[in-house]
Design a protein around this ligand. Sequence first.
Ligand code: MIC
Ligand code: SF4
Length: 647
Amino acid sequence: MAAQNLVQKILASHLASGTLAPGGEIEIVIDQTLCQDATGTMAFLELEAMGVDRVRTELSVQYIDHNTSQNGPENQNDHLYLQSVCAAKGVHFSRPGNGICHQVHLERFGIPGKTLLGSDSHTPTGGGIGMLAIGAGGLDVAVAMAGGPFKLTCPRVVGIRLDGRLRPWVAAKDVILHVLSILGSKGNVDTVVEYFGPGVATLSVPERATITNMGAELGVTTSVFPSDEATRAFLTAQQRTADWRPLAADPGAAYDRLIEIDLAALEPLAACPSNPGNIRTVADIGPIPVAQVVIGSCTNSSLKDLRLVANVLKGKLVHPNVSLGIAPGSRQVLEMLSREGHLADLIAAGCRLLESACGPCIGQGFSPANDTVSVRTFNRNFAGRTGTKNDQCYLVSPETAVATALTGVLTDPRTLGMACPAAAMPAGFLVDDSLVLPPAPRGQEPAIVRKETIGEPPCCTAVPDDLDGEVLIVVEDKITTDHIMPAGTHLKLRSNIPKYARVVFECFNEPGKPSFAERGLAAKAAGKAGLIVAGESYGQGSSREHAAICPMYLGVRLVLARSIERIHAANLINFGIVPLLFQNADDYAAIAPGDTVEIRGLRRQLVPGGTVAATLVKADGTRRAFALGNSMTERDIEMVLKGGRLA
Ligand code: MIC
Ligand code: SF4
């Protein structure tokens, strides 16, 4: 048999249908799933709607980490629903306070060589421990929990060979920021990144997880590291040696593209406002004044990260112009910091301690002041995601963040004039799973707690065959799901579609003019299909299926884009919105809001790889014929035309 890379090996051992040829449709068996609360309520409402009595995976875990601000009753109503539905359906429930899903899953549940499907785009964090871990919409995860396979395009594999060793003050974060500078944050769909080479052994599992976590910002399906002695050491320290198995590509395995990185040649980098793909060196950006530093998120809040930060801050004081927030990734990290005395050093240095949760990463508090710079160890800096309009958010390593917190200006940590403190992995982590509630035994399932803010699972009607679609909005390239469905203070509406739908595309609403939601509902009332027109890489970022469900609720039936990101395209199909692709940039440029797009005989015209003939009708009555492509399979087409997966 030909030498296989690691991705091919894991896919082959989980293949449920199809053949392993890049570009074709395959289905894989899912061993584990994870959900978080902001996407989990919909996933479980959908699971209930499917009539599933008990999940059929090896392990499914639900985390409470996103909606923990609890302004009003909605968040805890969600928590109570999820706790009860998990107990009833056979799912482990990680209580609020236990930490961020990806960090906790890596620590306590991830197993090399297994597949993991999560209703969160940073699920690929599990690639740090050798899992094939993929982010998806809640409905796809619900299907996996029900025992169904996961459908994906067989990916091409980009091999990244790591050589050398990182120099002091240069971090795993700088590795992934460097990869982002090579591959960019768009145009990488249906690709998996596989790391290999001698440099791998120099990185611990939490460092590898930082790299696979932010691989999500490349727009790839996932990223994966081999499982080696460092993986065994991590699992042993988590009292899980039995979960370890060695895994690596065969010698001489081929990759669709090869990239070589000398770790020793890297330097501190930053993603500049407002896209994770805008990479520059910290030295090159220079000492810009900074008002806020936040260290945390699923990218950089491991014990290693925070021990480093505490060691640097020990005996010093945060700069008077900087507000420094720290959100430890898990209860394990927080408790160990506390027992080791590091927490006292952080507090003495003037840190503001935040909950072990997503917090500021998803705009849940700690928004920066107007016209100031916020430096964060997170993975996303999309405009406005901090909760402040016109924010200026830079993404960096914990090393750069702590140096900046001390000096008050963006600082290359190598210029601090101190030796980089050692922050080794502990031989043993403090293991206490008492905040993970196991499901109820069969026959003892509790009643499901459904408070008034828990809505109904959405369902959609069939797409009409002849469409007169009203163009509700025309947006540019790289529109993220944060643009489509803002989170922050609106996050508490995740279980209530009619209310949450009011803020679709809120950032593009203009004062005194009808909002997107109002335009959508008006077109729907007039019997017209709503249309969204977009540029390249539409639907980047989060896995939130609300970015499909809420537009669907407002009557949107078609998205016409130059290209659409993987998870979002799947979510559109799942909720009965037809994703169609411009064949030519001029057609995109010709469309304006308020125009009509006519399509006749959609059912007959829509075939895999084929084109659909459409007519653009401008406000003055001028007509222009154009063609739209698609990248759907036969099954996708059947499903989307019926009104989506639940239909
Ligand atoms: C994010 O980082 O954007 C989120 C919030 O974790 C999302 C999930 C969501 O919108 O609930 C993600 O990455 O999928
Ligand atoms: Fe939470 Fe931020 Fe990670 Fe999303 S990216 S899971 S909001 S910490």
